[in-house]
Design a protein around this ligand. Structure first.
Ligand SMILES: [Fe+2]
Ligand SMILES: [Fe+2]
Length: 259
């Protein structure tokens, strides 16, 4: 008869089974079914598109263009990371993330068309936030270098936290259709953040020296994130009093890794 497993080994096995489950397409299907089934382009089929006044349209289009920059960064980042992810579960999870990010890009492009933008691609190039373009370039450099630790951190912690904070803030003041779309996207972003926190949490427990390096990367990227917020929230017309709240939510989310 074999020896019963030691508690630590049992815990490791249970944890591996847990990761296998939450990183699977099965888990993904169950998660998205409730809010994507019958919701073409993430919209509520029972609600008509509300009128968006002339004053509100331009800032909303610029905001959506900026969201498209972030979603394209995550789409290209996550797909590139599959090639050098450290294990199969991570590759499968990233495949689900690629699908999510492509969907996010698609729904934001669709919303821009609904608002009368004939060439959303051109609008992204013209109106997308410059600091976020710089962030995207930096993220894709990490991916190009097959630098797993930096890529997961920049994408699944920093970018996801930035989006989470921005979408949550925007949802409170957005028209009902945009708010519904953002609500569905946020549910996906929460999963992506969970992956980053879990992966890096385990990595930092085994390689505490990585903490200093990630802290340096954070310093560099924070300025791009806060720069994006400053310009975008102003352009979006968010009251000055509410803007620090978005930055604070971002910093709070990133600090959960203790960096
Ligand atoms: Fe996304
Ligand atoms: Fe995401």
């Amino acid at each position: 008869m074999s020896e019963p497993a030691a508690p630590a080994e049992l815990h490791a096995r249970e944890h591996a089974a847990f990761l296998e489950e939450v990183h699977s397409f099965e888990f993904w299907f169950q998660s998205v079914e409730g809010y994507l089934q019958d919701h073409a382009y993430g919209e509520d089929p029972d609600c008509d598109a509300p009128e968006v006044s002339g004053d509100e349209r331009e800032p909303l289009v610029a905001t959506l263009a900026t969201y498209c920059v972030g979603e394209t960064a995550a789409l290209e980042g996550a797909s590139g990371m599959i090639g050098f992810a450290p294990n199969r579960q991570a590759k499968i999870f990233l495949a689900t993330q690629v699908v999510d990010e492509a969907r996010h890009l698609e729904v934001f492009l669709h919303r821009m068309r609904e608002l009368g933008v004939e060439d959303p691609e051109a609008a992204i190039g013209e109106q997308g936030n410059r600091s976020l373009f710089a962030f995207k370039k930096k993220l894709l450099e990490f991916v190009e270098a097959k630098d797993w630790e930096a890529s997961v951190f920049a994408q699944n912690v920093i970018l996801e936290s930035m989006e989470f904070a921005a979408f949550s803030g925007h949802m409170k003041q957005a028209d009902t259709r945009t708010a519904t779309i953002l609500g569905g996207v946020l549910k996906d972003e929460r999963r992506h953040m969970g992956f980053g926190e879990n992966d890096l949490g385990r990595h930092l427990a085994q390689a505490p020296h990585a903490r200093a390096r990630l802290g340096e990367i954070k310093k560099e990227l924070d300025s791009l994130v806060l720069g994006t917020f400053e310009e975008s929230l102003h352009a979006m017309g968010m009251p000055r009093s509410e803007r620090p709240e978005v930055g604070r939510l971002y910093l709070e989310m990133v600090s959960r890794l203790g960096l």
